[in-house]
Design a binder for this molecule. Structure first.
Ligand code: BJW
Length: 256
């Protein structure tokens, strides 16, 4: 992937336009964590989907058909995440929010927790969190009005399971075909409609409804700024395309 760093004058022009904005949304994807060493999904050589089939790993049907395989894949990714740190891109967003309280909303498709680790508060995590667990099926005790079992108390295994009813523990992420967390998506949609500018950083824009947030922002009249070293499907709604990596572009772009 070739990354052209935009000229200083182009960056400065965009920064001036951002300075006039009351509310900015950063919509981020896997690319924002690439420079921390977290693999993206769709990059041709290095993306997870170049080595694994999404429908064999990131769907409920895949988990039900081979729970151990899917669990172990997520366990491998959790081990990888334990070794990584936020990069300059995550930090630029967190520091900007500290300097300008209430002016930036971070909406991420990432499940890696790196925005939060960098100090961003109130991150809208559209696709859940890799660090979390939940039951695969609704706990039958909850249905009968009794407090449910806690996935943290499941019996260890690949995956852990409930000794009472056999329910399986799954990672608390959003797989294909599953709804996004309702309140989170509603807040992200409201932020997209309300913002003056949206920074679309490190996402291919291939997955909906997340990608639709940039279309919402564009339709509402916001300036859409795509930060990506390669072409993305959201270039068509971009008012500005900054070709480069998030760790190189976000610090100077948000340095005000
Ligand atoms: C850099 C960089 C650097 C590299 N700096 N940049 C409308 C149209 C068509 C289909 C649909 C539609 N609406 C819904 C669908 C179906 C489906 C979908 O979108 N399918 C498409 C693939 C066709 N969507 C869903 O199923 C969603 N659910 C849903 O719609 O539910 C409806 C429903 C309602 C009510 C009841 C039931 C259902 C759910 C989507 C869940 C996505 N899940 C995953 C896995 C999460 C768990 C896990 O981690 O394993 O989320 S898939 C994967 O893709 C992951 C990501 O969050 C997501 C997006 O990927 P992202 O972040 O864009 O990464 P990449 O790799 O694609 O791109 C990286 C980019 O970074 C590239 O552009 C690089 O160039 C760039 N880059 N280095 C900056 N240093």
């Amino acid at each position: 992937m070739s990354a052209t760093i935009p000229g200083l004058s182009e960056l400065s022009e965009v920064r001036v336009r951002l300075q006039a904005c009351r509310h900015i949304v950063a919509l981020t994807g896997a690319g924002v964590s690439a420079e921390s060493g977290v693999p993206t999904f769709r990059d041709a050589q290095t993306g997870l989907w170049s080595r694994f089939e999404p429908e064999e790993l990131a769907t409920e049907a895949a988990f039900r058909s081979d729970p151990a395989r899917v669990w172990d894949w997520y366990a491998w990714r959790r081990t990888l995440l334990a070794t990584v740190r936020p990069n300059a891109g995550h930090e630029a967003l967190a520091q900007f929010a500290r300097r300008h309280p209430g002016r930036l909303s971070v909406v991420t498709q990432n499940v890696d927790g790196l925005h939060q680790a960098a100090g961003s508060d109130d991150v809208l995590a559209l696709h859940g969190t890799l660090a979390g667990d939940r039951w695969l099926d609704a706990c039958p005790l909850v249905q009968s009005g009794v407090a449910g079992c806690d996935p943290q108390e499941a019996t260890a295994g690949h995956p852990p399971r409930c000794t009472t009813c056999g329910n399986l523990v799954r990672p608390d992420v959003v797989w294909f075909g599953e709804p996004l967390p309702e309140g989170v998506l509603a807040r992200a949609g409201a932020a997209a409609r309300d913002c003056d500018a949206m920074l679309v950083v490190g996402t291919s824009g291939a997955v909906y409804p997340a990608a639709g947030l940039a279309e919402i922002a564009d339709a509402a009249g916001a300036l859409v700024v795509v930060v990506n070293p390669a072409a993305s499907e959201l270039d068509r709604v971009a008012g500005v395309r900054l070709r480069g990596t998030s760790a190189a572009i976000l610090p100077p772009l948000l340095d005000f």
